[in-house]
Design a protein around this ligand. Structure first.
Ligand code: TMP
Length: 205
């Protein structure tokens, strides 16, 4: 059966590595899987992403930012995610709506009610079957972000912003425990991969 999995977490938690390993593992199980990301994941949504994270647009209001995220999401769901699920494929997305609750709702302090409203407007009842939230000690994660080089427009936000983002991911996971799992992203990539596989098997098989 087609499944939609979103992988979330703050910057530097090892999301990309884990997504690569998860995709490989699903393919090893003979599962047809589409890898995608947000903001982005369809031609128009990728164009919106370029604007949303471009550091040139320093003065972009938070309201414009949140609307860009949901504009990209509307296109991504319609043109990439739903068609893939309809043909029976799994979809693994690097971020989805939980990122808007965390970054715009909490980080930018727009408030979760506005995100809820936009979520309902754009998605109706459509939600991931499972959201995996990777968590890691902030100092370890920061070290990885610095090692990666240039930051995007949203990544330059300060320490308090990231504290709010991380707390929101945890609070939202508690609220939606039936479709969200928090995974400790410390230790080796292989150890984290095994934790993710265990969760996928528990929730989705
Ligand atoms: P990435 O670093 O995972 O590629 O994501 C790009 C940036 O977009 C990252 O700083 C998180 C941010 N983002 C939001 O602020 N809100 C959202 O809804 C999404 C999907 C991403």
């Amino acid at each position: 059966m087609a499944r939609f999995v979103a992988i979330e977490g703050s910057e530097g938690v090892g999301k990309s590595t884990q997504i690569t390993h998860l995709i490989q593992w699903l393919q090893d199980q003979q599962i047809d899987v589409v890898q995608t990301r947000e903001p982005g994941g369809s031609p128009a949504a990728e164009a919106i992403r370029a604007i949303a994270i471009d550091p040139t647009y320093k003065s972009m209001p938070d309201k414009a930012e949140v609307l860009l995220m949901f504009a990209a999401r509307a296109d991504h769901v319609e043109n990439t995610i739903r068609p893939a699920l309809a043909r029976g494929a799994w979809v693994v997305s690097d971020r989805f709506t939980e990122a808007s609750y965390a970054y715009q709702g909490a980080g930018r302090q727009i408030g979760s009610e506005t995100i809820e409203w936009l979520e309902r407007f754009v998605l109706g009842d459509f939600r991931p079957d499972l959201t995996i939230v990777l968590t890691l000690d902030r100092q370890v994660a920061d070290g990885r972000v610095i090692a990666r080089g240039q930051k995007d427009r949203i990544e330059v936000a300060g320490e308090d912003f990231y504290r709010r983002v991380e707390q929101a991911y945890l609070d939202r996971a508690a609220l939606n425990a039936e479709r969200t799992v928090i995974i400790d992203a410390s230790g080796t990539a292989e150890a984290v991969h095994q934790r993710i596989i265990a969760a996928v098997q528990e929730y989705l098989f």
